[in-house]
Design a protein around this ligand. Structure first.
Ligand code: SAM
Length: 799
């Protein structure tokens, strides 16, 4: 890679971590000098050296500033530093904010009674931050407990600065994203030409016939336009962010105790000024047990929380509860007290537990032999879960309302105190393409990209069950239906895709006659005498003979070049000889118009016949590709060019590779039409044989509708003519030609991170059609919808 590209790559990687270019540049320069331009060292472990150097630099700056501040006795506002802050730093700060004049400062020149505002930072600000609870600094003691339905972190809830988030190696090829091959002629009833003039472009015809429509993106059910999704920091399963830091599959909501009281008291101000009243004015009557009363009053468990909150008052601690929809709950208790000193040592958890149990016995007269502090903490978590999941609507509402009451999204200072999240307007934690974590932050560097990665604030009352499901399935929208997980990511805004049922195989809705009974698969439709791999057999099997005696696949599993080129030519340049017209077109018939139009013709496609279970060969036989399912890592993402969600590959794909099948409900065309009030994602006609037979029965004219039930293919967007995927009919089980699988293969090599597209074959001029089309934003120079008005056009898709 050229040096400039490497620099750009480094900027990009840092940007993903929320570190702005301005901050990176000087450090990178130094590092290059130091390492004598050895990029390998800089790039190693996803720029670990660079990230470390940046943090060191920032620490040094903070330290300098503090010295400077001490000299002039001015307030130092960490958020104005414009730089990346270590989350623990913020934790400490928040814990210390309320200490007023007794704040132990290193501003040695100040007396206790000094009215000059104290810096928010503690004296040990630039000490190496302790990564574990047991190593907490004297000024800040944190204890956490958690109950998990999944592995839990041995680390405290509020973590020290994490290792840098690992950008995916695949991101490196992002620069190639837009590479495209636009060498092909246009398709249509006119001959294909290798050059298309602008005049010709206007005339680029659509595939003949074929009917089905695509809805308007604005009203597309696949996108939640209205919903603002919280700052969801989503951590991938497969790509650990660090060696040590636990991952959470789903975001975790965090409640700060202050917020719990917000509803009932003036504590709401606490949030708005980003500080705790308890800390500002310890004697405030608002800050007592009652301030926790937003939880349901009848809950004895609530009392537990209150008790802890009272305990908290004594030592000005900070109690935090974090939970995830997966049922993980963490309680964190941090306290700042005068206990710290030169002889300070951190007790072990066992010591702490024992001492606390004695205290409970003495002070609270708890004599239950089963009592333990750990149990108490567990109970607290369980109560939280109970309230969050099983309680009555009212109590649940109150609890959930308490979450955003914290106003974490708005108050970045408060959030940073918790070591998570950022300013709502400027930050958006999200997964990156690789599944790592991004937090986009404001220019002033008000950022959290590390410690908070497991702790994400979600105003859960904004989440519907469907949305929660998306969060759960961030690593695999197929919910295990596919062999390879299909992740989703939104790097643009906070929308979720709309819910649908993921299915990996077509399902018959009702009337469609899809007969795959073994008895109907007659001889000649399978190869009983073959074994192992039909592709390496010296004699062609029956399946091959159905495909002109040659297999479509190579031993490598891709489509043979010649076969692929023919398929591409037919699809892109559907000349008359490739068109079949039906006498009584099921499509026209289904429209139930009084005046039926003549059939517009259906493409005479090349078809692949795969071996199947009735054959004698192995499942891994080279002539079984589509039936083995998705093989490459795919990802659903929100496109940046207004096409809604799209599908991209995380792997580099060779030419002719099988990507995925178009899976949906199998409907008769009339069934589809009776659904036409519904906005459809992408219905596809199975019309490859329509012209061959005489009139089809209604039940035989089939289509696939992926609106409610579908697979990853329902996210593939349209591109006029030079799409990188092509759809090819594949027969697997049934010899009945009216039903087949529609499989997508690559028309060329595709880079990792490239969006996958196919040409829906839309006729943007078909105003006749009842279903509205979309305004094409494919960006292809062959776009058939270019320079057209915004009025909706109808579309027709066939497969
Ligand atoms: C099969 S869906 C593709 C996934 C869809 N983008 C989504 O968000 O669910 C088809 C719909 O995507 C949108 N779409 C697909 N290709 C497009 C394009 N080239 N320009 C604009 N919108 C497009 C249209 O709204 C279309 O109805």
């Amino acid at each position: 890679m050229a040096p400039n590209a490497k620099v750009a790559q480094a900027y990009r990687a840092m940007r993903e971590l929320g570190i702005i270019e301005k901050t990176v540049k000087p450090v990178l320069k130094k590092l290059l000098k130091l390492y004598e331009k050895n990029w390998e060292l800089i790039e190693a472990e996803n720029y670990r050296a660079l990230v470390d150097a940046i943090f060191e630099e920032e620490d040094a700056k903070v330290s300098d500033k503090k010295k400077c501040n001490n000299a002039v006795e001015e307030e130092f506002d960490e958020d104005d530093s414009g730089q990346l802050q270590r989350p623990l730093k913020r934790i400490r700060l928040r814990g210390q904010e309320g200490q007023g004049s007794s704040y132990p400062s290193d501003c040695g020149t100040r007396s206790d009674g000094d009215l000059v505002k104290k810096p928010k930072e503690e004296p040990e600000e630039v000490l190496p931050s302790p990564p574990l609870l047991q190593q907490a600094s004297p000024g800040n003691h944190a204890a956490t407990t958690n109950i998990n339905k999944q592995p839990v972190s041995p680390r405290p809830l509020l973590l020290e600065r994490s290792e840098p988030v690992q950008p995916s190696p695949t991101r490196r090829s992002e620069s190639n994203l837009l590479s495209s091959q636009r060498h092909l002629g246009y398709k249509g009833k006119e001959p294909m030409s290798s050059h298309v003039t602008s005049h010709e472009k206007e005339r680029v015809p659509v595939r003949a016939s074929n009917a089905f429509c695509i809805r308007d993106p604005a009203s597309e059910p696949g996108i939640l336009h209205k919903k603002i999704v919280p700052d969801a920091l989503i951590v991938p399963k497969e790509e650990p962010l660090t060696d040590e830091i636990p991952q959470y599959e789903v975001p975790i909501a965090v409640i700060h105790p202050d917020s719990l009281g917000q509803e009932d008291s003036a504590v709401g101000n606490i949030v708005s000024n980003g500080k705790s009243d308890r800390q500002e004015s310890p004697a405030s009557p608002q800050v007592d047990e009652n301030t926790c009363d937003v939880l349901p009053p009848l809950s004895s468990e609530r009392k537990t929380i209150s008790e802890l909150a009272t305990f908290a008052d004594e030592f000005s601690p900070c109690l935090e509860i974090a939970s995830s929809p997966m049922g993980e709950v963490k309680i964190s208790l941090s306290c700042n007290s005068a206990l710290g000193g030169p002889n300070f040592h951190v007790p072990t958890l066992d010591e702490l537990r024992e001492s606390m149990e004695k205290k409970c016995l003495r002070s609270y007269k708890i004599i239950d032999p089963n009592f333990s502090v750990m149990k108490l903490m567990q109970d607290m978590c369980e109560c939280f879960l109970e309230l969050a999941t099983n309680s009555s609507n009212e109590s649940q509402e109150r609890l959930l309302n308490a979450m955003p009451a914290l106003d974490l999204m708005k108050k970045s200072t408060e959030m940073n105190g918790l070591g998570m999240g950022c300013n709502k307007d400027s930050s958006m934690p999200s997964r990156t393409s690789s599944g790592s974590v991004n937090v986009y932050c404001s220019e002033n560097g008000d950022v959290n990209n590390g410690d908070g990665k497991g702790l994400v604030v979600i105003p859960q009352n904004q989440l519907s069950a469907d949305e929660l499901r998306w969060i759960y399935n961030v690593n695999d929208i197929s919910k295990g239906e596919e062999r390879v997980g299909i992740s989703w990511v939104n790097e643009i805004n906070k929308d979720y895709p709309l819910n649908f049922h993921y299915i990996s195989q077509n399902l018959v809705f009702q009337n469609a006659r899809v007969n795959i009974s073994l008895s109907r698969v007659g001889e000649g439709s399978y190869c009983p005498t073959c074994f192992d791999n039909c592709l390496s057999s010296p004699t062609s099997c029956s399946c091959a003979s159905q495909a002109d005696g040659v297999f479509a696949y190579t031993l490598e599993g891709t489509i043979k070049k010649e076969f692929l080129e023919q398929c591409i030519a037919i699809t892109r340049d559907p000349q008359q000889q490739y068109l079949l017209s039906c006498r009584d077109c099921p499509l026209e018939r289904s429209k139930k118009d009084s005046i039926l139009e003549p059939c517009k013709g259906h493409l005479k496609r090349k078809i692949i016949k795969e071996c199947w279970s009735k054959c004698g060969c192995h499942k891994q036989c080279g002539n079984r590709v589509v039936q083995r399912g998705i093989n490459y890592k795919l990802q659903v993402f929100l496109t940046s060019d207004g096409k809604g969600w799209g599908l991209r590959t995380l792997d580099k794909l060779p030419k002719g590779a099988f990507v995925c099948e178009f899976v949906g409900e199998v409907l008769t065309v009339s069934e589809f039409y009776s659904r036409k009030t519904v906005k459809h994602t992408c219905p596809v006609l199975l019309d490859a044989y329509w012209g061959l037979k005489g009139a089809l029965e209604d039940e035989e004219a089939l289509c696939l509708d992926a609106t409610f039930y579908g697979n990853a293919a329902r996210f593939i967007n349209h591109r006029c003519l030079d799409a990188n995927l092509i759809e090819i009919p594949v027969e697997v089980e049934t010899p009945e030609h009216h039903y087949y699988h529609l499989a997508f293969f690559t028309t060329r090599e595709i880079d990792a991170m490239e969006e996958l597209t196919w040409d829906y074959g839309i006729d943007f001029d078909d105003d006749d059609h009842p279903v509205k089309a979309f305004r094409c934003k494919c960006g292809s120079k062959f776009c058939r919808n270019m320079k057209r008005s915004t009025r909706s056009k109808s579309t027709m898709i066939s497969g």
